[in-house]
Ligand binder design. Structure first.
Ligand code: 5RP
Length: 231
């Protein structure tokens, strides 16, 4: 019997807890991402919550879930480094470049990832792709720059659509900005494209995580959870 996507996410979440256990000690603060796979990771962490000091969350959503489980949430400004950051992805290549931000938390995810010594990507097998871009690329934008950034993205061959109503409300990020989801891109050089996007005034961050990709991918497949290192 084949496993559902949710069962594969559950399997990688449990594997991720095993993967981060060596980093636990009474002072350890771990980085925690955002999304349905990250939610399952948070749930699986609970059994170990006495073995580490707390977590930095990449979104208000994850912070609420962590606190709800009695896990201390620490401001990133209070830590100088994190031994490990665990987060999902919308797409990931064999080189472990990622397209992220389906949940709209990409900027904080990028910041927390930048502070972490090790990025552990957790994903079900459907997320592994040879080329990024089939999933619309989320870009966080300062609201007054929305139209000018969209024009740039059109010139780059994409179709930028404002993320509209989500759960009955216009989508606004935790940072008070909007998201443009860019359709129709086929990203052959993720590092170069991330750098190009970072140079467009008004973009806060893109959902391309290529310059700082993952260090390891835990991939849930019908045959179990595989551990992949960058090609
Ligand atoms: C949120 C993200 C998520 O990691 C990404 O969207 C994957 O989500 P899920 O685990 O629900 O498939 O980048 O901003």
């Amino acid at each position: 019997m084949s496993l559902t996507q949710d069962q594969l996410k559950q399997a990688v979440a449990v594997a991720a807890v095993e993967h981060v256990r060596p980093f636990f000690d009474q002072h350890a603060i771990i980085g925690v991402g955002t999304g349905s796979t990250a939610d399952l990771f948070i749930d699986a962490l609970v059994a170990h919550k006495e073995r580490f000091a707390g977590a930095v969350a990449s979104s208000e959503r994850s912070a609420v879930r962590l606190r709800g489980h009695g896990i201390r949430v620490v401001d990133l400004n209070e830590v100088s480094s994190l031994p490990v950051y665990v987060d999902g992805a919308d797409e990931v290549t064999p080189q472990l470049a990622m397209l992220k931000g389906g949940g709209g938390a990409l900027t904080r995810e990028k910041i927390v990832a930048a502070v972490a010594q090790r990025f552990v990507c957790i994903a079900d097998g459907s997320k592994l792709v040879e080329q990024l871009g089939r999933f619309p690329l989320p870009i966080e934008v300062i609201p007054m720059a929305r139209a000018q950034v969209a024009r740039h993205l059109t010139a780059l061959g994409g179709e930028a659509r404002l993320r509209g109503v989500v759960d009955g409300k216009p989508f606004i990020t935790d940072n008070g900005n909007v998201i443009l989801d860019v359709h129709g891109l086929r990203i052959s050089d993720p590092v170069a494209f991330e750098t190009l996007l970072d140079g467009i005034v008004g973009i806060v961050a893109s959902g391309l995580f290529a310059r700082r990709g993952a260090d390891v991918l835990l991939l849930g497949t019908a045959d179990g959870v595989s551990t992949l290192l960058p090609d």
